[in-house]
Design a protein. Structure first.
Length: 117
């Protein structure tokens, strides 16, 4: 495995590290400075299609619900299918729109459109 001593930004790693370890360490430091965690809950058809009911996502600060939905759609074809079209969203149990900015610790609920007769 390729090894080198590395300095990333102003961070110097002592001893020999793999390039992957250096890069991951640098990413972790960036994530810790400007990230937050949000819990995403899915319901009904969205849960059935994705097979997931609770997901913890690490997001950059100032992320919106629209950002989360874009990230989830990019995860897999199942997510893209589950989130196509309109989706009802609630942040901390209050209905909201896609432009709502999220905060660390928020709970985001995703509901498929509801039809009835």
């Amino acid at each position: 495995m390729l090894k080198k001593q590395c300095t990333l930004g102003s961070i110097h790693f002592r001893g020999l590290k793999t390039i992957k370890q250096c890069a991951q360490s640098d990413l972790n430091k960036v994530d810790n400075r400007q990230s937050m965690q949000v819990t995403v809950k899915t319901f009904a058809q969205t849960r059935e299609i994705t097979g997931e009911d609770n997901i913890a996502l690490n997001l950059s600060e100032n992320s919106t619900i629209e950002t989360v939905i874009s990230q989830l759609k990019a995860r897999s074809d199942k997510w893209a299918l589950a989130l196509e079209g309109s989706v009802l969203t609630a942040c901390n149990q209050e209905l909201c729109d896609l432009k709502t900015e999220l905060s660390d610790g928020d709970e985001l609920a995703l509901f498929p459109p509801v039809t009835g007769g």
